[in-house]
Ligand binder design. Structure first.
Ligand SMILES: CC(C)[C@H](C(=O)O)[C@@H](O)C(=O)O
Ligand code: SF4
Length: 775
């Protein structure tokens, strides 16, 4: 008899297992999704898909929408309507489209006029929408943030957003388990941002590919929830699908009294806490990858190049190509130095800055603003700083900061005090860098053009960015404000009042749970049917020219820059593909050297990239849409960003992993000769089309191949198993009742849901709360 003893499981294994609706023999899993966050950029095409197929949102009670990427961060004092407030037409259309969609599909929405509006990854935890042990998704790569709660949280593309809206599930597979253990006390001036930048420097931007990272060790345990969120946020920059931290007392304390968490001391709360605390990795559980880091090796860390792995301690110098062994890295270094306008050997602290940005889903929470305020208190920003911005992560963070007088401290020092949004993290709104400008930024990505075409980004912690603003160059916070950087002892006390105040009136409650009184009648009323599937073109074989590229870490910002994400359609993006590389800066004139501007590659159907990690970064499905619109249906590379890899399949495209570099070079050589390739999916081989020579064979997951070859739309397939989804929902209601109705008892939300308001302590304006910082 086989043993009934369960093998030891990791935290990830446990959370994953509790959400399996169906598992096929080939490892394909239908995974139930507890929480779905929605924003304006990656949702319009998903809602359009629902409408076209007469589908409705399966669980409006588990869906929360807001606007963040495209909105101005200027004062909302004169805000009347979105139409009048947002000047830029494309951005306005995306926001008003979301407004229409939330009404039509009956979704909870924090709009521009709602104090709870903010960056999607800040408002979820703030409201208690994010809970331990849940699965959380969003059409956004930094959904990994929510893993700080011991949730399995990851970014998805727009087709998957549509899949979750329609079915409340996703089709996926198990990831690898990766452990990153950090032990010891963090040094003065070292925050969780420094820890995560250091980790990415160690593992590289592809280090976590295909894996879910569990962050553990005594240094992680000592971090506050907000600091843990900053770390999990950047798991995606380490290539991982998600990052997780096991729930503990810090987690439970943070959740107490959050509007959408179960009510403290209720039977549900007790049951939930028991479950949450059971979510930890069993002794002897197996990890596929293990990384150990000693806290004393971590200094305040800063990026020098155009990839988040390009980091050095602030005391370091700009590296040169000779500092790297591998050829791909040497070339990447040369390219990065050129783009960043830096010379190898320059001390980091001598690099002059133009702008400072403190904000983003990584570092725009109240603790971040407090940390920055402590550094700038009573000082002025340097004369050479043209603009320094503080952009709070949510309306509630802003309100709390104002109560503590942080706005005053920042404004007195010369910073702008803005409204909540993504802002200069990616510059989809008017907050951007001009070409050549250099910015100290608390965001998470330093890709070419990320904060504005030609802009140069250095990533760092809020305290380091504040120090840089004061000095005017990249600066060591330990020298600038030694008195403000004592390392934290134990877990900082968690402030709840920012998140709890103002929810006592019925009006506010109605707005939190913004069920529309009169939903517009665009959404279908009837239950969806499996046959409503839209279908996809079939992919059996492909013959065509293959454009060769030899760049490592081609990110989705490079494939399709942010200014083209403002569309509400999937089509028409081909002309914008690789825009910054394909056209001369500032115009529509083609760069003659770029491969897609050369014959015969203007007509490429395939792309062969010899550098690793193609499609890393953002979850924007606009990247595969742009490739497809150009005519490219197949990409061959040594490895891919996980979300991009998924997104291509959803669009009937085929990404092929060839990790044998010699084989890859052989394929690239044929494409460089201008000969056509033949990709035969049915037989899983790549041939030289001119002579039939087989160049490579490749692997593809059985289920994905089946869908491509037969042109199957997997929403339709999933809906065919709706009975299994219902069974899981029944189990969920029984075992995890707090997850229904956004944490309320109601099984199905009928109109606004009321919760009891709780009394909260107030903080006096003008006083910085004296509690330890996260370092
Ligand atoms: C717009 C969105 C798809 C994107 C992401 O997925 O990360 C954005 O948030 C970013 O940071 O680039
Ligand atoms: S990374 Fe930047 S753009 Fe993306 S969600 Fe976070 S704040 Fe917004």
């Amino acid at each position: 008899m086989p043993s009934a003893v369960k093998p030891p499981q990791t935290l990830y294994d446990k959370v994953f297992q509790d959400h399996v609706v169906e598992e096929k023999e080939d490892g394909t899993v239908t995974l139930y999704i507890d929480r779905h966050l929605v924003h304006e950029v990656t949702s319009p095409q998903a809602f359009e898909g629902l409408r076209n197929a007469s589908r409705k949102v399966r669980r409006p009670d588990c869906t929360l929408a807001t606007v963040d990427h495209n909105i101005p961060t200027s004062s909302r004092k004169n805000l009347t309507t979105t139409d009048k407030f947002i000047e830029e037409a494309d951005s306005r259309t995306q926001v008003t489209t979301l407004e229409d969609n939330v009404k039509a599909f009956d979704l909870t929405y924090f709009g521009l006029d709602d104090k709870r509006q903010g960056i999607v990854h800040i408002i979820g935890p703030e409201q208690g929408f994010t809970l331990p042990g849940t699965t959380v998704v969003c059409g956004d790569s930094h959904t990994s943030t929510h893993g700080a709660f011991g949730a399995l949280a990851f970014g998805i593309g727009t087709s998957e957003v549509e899949h979750v809206l329609a079915t409340q599930t996703l089709i996926t597979r198990r990831s690898k388990n990766m452990k990153v253990q950090v032990d010891g006390e963090l040094g003065p001036g070292v925050s969780s941002k420094d820890v995560v930048l250091h980790i990415i420097g160690v593992i590289g931007t592809a280090g976590g590919t295909g894996a879910v990272i569990e962050f553990c060790g005594s240094s992680i345990r000592a971090l506050s929830m907000e600091a843990r969120m900053s770390m999990c946020n950047m798991s995606i920059e380490g290539g991982a699908r998600a990052g997780m931290v096991a729930p503990d007392n810090t987690t439970i304390e943070y959740l107490k009294g959050r509007p959408l968490a179960p009510k403290v001391d209720s039977p549900e709360w007790k049951k939930a806490v028991n479950y949450w605390l059971s979510l930890k990795t069993d002794e002897n559980a197996k990890f596929d990858i293990e990384v150990y880091i000693d806290a004393k090796d971590i200094a305040p860390t800063i990026s020098w190049g155009t990839s988040p792995q390009d980091v050095v301690p602030i005391t370091g110098k700009v590296p040169g190509p000779e500092d790297f062994q591998d050829e791909v890295k040497k070339e990447a270094c040369v390219r990065a130095l050129k783009y960043m306008g830096l010379t190898a050997g320059t001390p980091m602290q001598e690099i002059l800055l133009d702008k400072v940005f403190i904000g983003s889903c990584t570092n725009a929470r109240i603790e971040d603003l407090r940390a920055a305020a402590r550094i700038v208190d009573g000082k002025k920003i340097a004369k050479n700083i043209k603009r320094a911005m503080i952009v709070p992560g949510s309306g509630l963070v802003k309100t709390q900061a104002e109560k503590e007088g942080l706005d005053k401290i920042f404004e007195d020092a010369g910073f702008e005090w803005r409204e909540a949004g993504c802002s200069m993290c990616l510059g989809m709104n008017p907050d951007i860098l001009s070409p050549g400008e250099r910015c100290a930024s608390t965001s998470n990505r330093n890709f070419e053009g990320r904060q504005g075409a030609g802009g140069r980004t250095h990533l760092m912690s809020p305290a380091m960015a504040a120090a840089a603003a004061i000095v005017g160059t990249l600066a060591d916070v330990r020298k600038i404000a030694p008195q403000s950087i004592a390392p934290a002892k134990g877990s900082p006390k968690i402030e709840l009042d920012a998140h709890m105040e103002d929810i006592s009136s019925d009006e506010d409650l109605d707005r939190i749970i913004d069920a529309p009184v009169d939903p517009v009648s665009v959404a279908p009323k009837s239950a969806p049917s499996a046959s409503a599937s839209a279908g996809m073109p079939k992919f059996e074989a492909l013959r065509g020219y293959a454009a060769p590229m030899d760049v490592a870490n081609i990110d989705t910002d490079a494939i399709i820059p942010k200014q083209f994400l403002k569309t509400i359609k999937r089509s028409g993006l081909g002309s914008a593909l690789f825009h910054a590389w394909r056209y001369v800066p500032g115009g529509d004139q083609e760069s003659p050297d770029f491969v897609l501007n050369k014959e015969p590659y203007r007509n490429s159907k395939i792309l062969v990239c010899t550098g690793p990690n193609f499609g890393c970064g953002s979850s924007r499905e606009h990247a595969p849409w742009a490739l497809l619109d150009f005519g490219i249906k197949c990409i061959i590379a040594p490895s891919f960003g996980d979300i991009f890899f998924n997104n291509t399949f959803k669009n009937g495209m085929l990404p092929i992993r060839i990790d044998d570099q010699a084989v890859l070079e052989k394929i690239a050589a044929v494409s460089k000769e201008g000969k056509e390739l033949e990709v035969d999916l049915v037989n899983q081989v790549i041939r030289n089309a001119s002579n039939g020579e087989q160049l490579a064979s490749f692997d593809v997951e059985e289920f994905r191949k089946h869908c491509l070859v037969n042109g199957l739309d997997d929403i339709g397939l999933t809906m065919a198993s709706v009975d299994k989804i219902e069974q899981h929902e029944a189990r969920r209601t029984r075992e995890w009742p707090w997850l229904d109705g956004s944490g309320y008892l109601a099984r199905h939300r009928k109109g606004p849901v009321k919760i009891e308001a709780q009394s909260v302590p107030k903080t006096n304006r003008g006083e910085i709360v004296k509690e330890p910082l996260d370092w």
